[in-house]
Design a protein around this ligand. Structure first.
Ligand code: PLP
Length: 393
């Protein structure tokens, strides 16, 4: 069966160049980078090279790069590592639309007696920066706000937010897991103190991440163990994956232009085609400030899960809400926070593209999606009620 993979915010294909770079480090050059002998030394050299590639991609210094196991660990390390460094402060600020890697930490923190402020978003998924200004207090230990939303692709004004936060002398973390590789990130002259990225969202393997920690930022290690990562993250380095991530960052830097132009054009083509062919369809998220690859669209009066299954039967892989919330029939917390009406939030589908997608694939989706929606609406009592209310029933 033909496979059209448009679920790249869930995970991406590992680039062939990345696989090639990793291969020797499984079975030929398997040394431990901490070993004194030449066999470990040559691996250490390669890990350093990867650190430089990641630093170059982020406009950072190599010493500011800490390798972790995933985006979730990076987010957890940033939050717990900062709160541990400011034990006297008991307030944490974030948003209502974060990934569970931050959102569920908030639930934990609230249980432990922290005061947690979750900033609201408007109908387009945008923040009100005055709400942030008002939330900040002398007790605030950390502000953590995502760079771009995984479900809608909405990009937050991170530097503007950082200016507000830094003016109060508060550490600022951003979850850039979805932004990395899709829009430029530059930590030079940035207001960001800590930033999370994850390999599998940018054509490196699953199970590798990075926490960027600006020089001078107070931080206690989240994973305590050996001296690795300058004492900021214990555990023998995941050498092949680190090397793969380095290569992926090098490629991502080169491909940013293509994301901004060709990938965005494909996404816009798909969006326009859907809106032209299918009535009662809404685009979710600020269309002016959105990742170039992401399209979140609601088909009123149908179930997103049913759409996904019928698309999947045709080889089309998309997502309803984030991968981590699928399996639950509750509409996504992001769309609920945005106030998307119930009848639309339930029928939301996320298409997320990558440089490996083609126009033919978009045409394949545009050919098959309209009859799927029609078929589901034909059996939907809500659609029938709607038609009646319009005098068309
Ligand atoms: N943060 C965001 C915004 C994400 O989209 C994801 C994954 O979907 C994560 C964090 C978690 O990353 P990982 O899967 O590497 O743990």
């Amino acid at each position: 069966m033909k496979t059209v993979y448009v679920d790249n915010n869930a995970t991406t294909k590992v680039a062939p160049e990345v696989v090639e770079a990793m291969m020797p480090y499984f079975s030929e050059r398997y040394g431990n980078p901490s070993s004194m002998h030449f066999f470990g030394g040559q691996v250490q050299k390669k890990v350093n090279e990867a650190r430089e590639q990641v630093a170059d991609f982020l406009g950072a210094d190599p010493s500011e790069i800490v390798f972790t196991s995933c985006g979730t660990e990076s987010d957890n390390a940033a939050i717990f590592g900062t709160l541990d460094s400011y034990p006297e402060k008991r307030h944490f600020i974030t948003t209502r639309v974060e990934h569970p890697a931050v959102m569920n930490v908030c639930t934990y923190l609230a249980r432990k007696g922290y005061r947690v402020t979750e900033l609201s978003v408007d109908r387009e998924g945008r923040l009100d920066l005055d709400e942030l200004r008002e939330a900040i207090s002398g007790d605030t230990a950390l502000v953590s706000i995502m760079y771009a939303n995984n479900e809608t692709g909405v990009i937050f004004p991170i530097e503007e937010i950082g200016q507000i936060v830094k003016a109060e002398g508060i550490p600022f973390h951003t979850d850039a897991v979805q932004a990395a590789g899709k829009i430029p990130l530059n930590m030079k002259n940035s207001t960001v103190d800590m930033l999370s990225i994850s390999g599998h969202k940018l054509h490196a393997p699953k199970g590798i991440g990075v926490l960027y920690i600006r020089k001078g930022t107070r931080f206690s290690p989240f994973i305590i163990g050996g001296h690795q990562e300058k004492g900021r993250r214990g555990g023998t380095e995941n050498v092949p994956y680190i090397i793969g991530l380095g290569k992926a960052c090098e490629l991502a830097k080169k491909n940013l232009d293509e994301e901004r132009t060709r990938v965005k054009a494909l996404r816009d083509y798909l969006e326009k085609g859907i809106l032209e062919r299918i009535p009662n369809t809404l685009i979710n998220g600020d269309r002016e400030n959105r990742l170039p690859n992401t399209l979140n669209v609601s088909f009123e009066y149908v179930e997103g899960e049913s759409i996904l299954l019928l698309l999947s039967d045709l080889g089309i892989c998309a997502s309803s809400g984030s991968a981590c919330t699928s399996g639950s029939l509750e509409p996504s917390h992001v769309l609920r926070a945005m106030g998307v009406p119930f009848t639309a939030a339930h029928g939301s589908i996320r298409f997320s593209l990558s440089i490996y997608n083609t126009k033919e694939e978009m045409d394949y989706i545009l050919e098959h999606l309209p009859p799927i929606i029609q078929k589901l609406r034909d059996i939907s009592p809500f659609w029938k009620d709607y038609l009646k209310s319009q005098g068309k029933g």
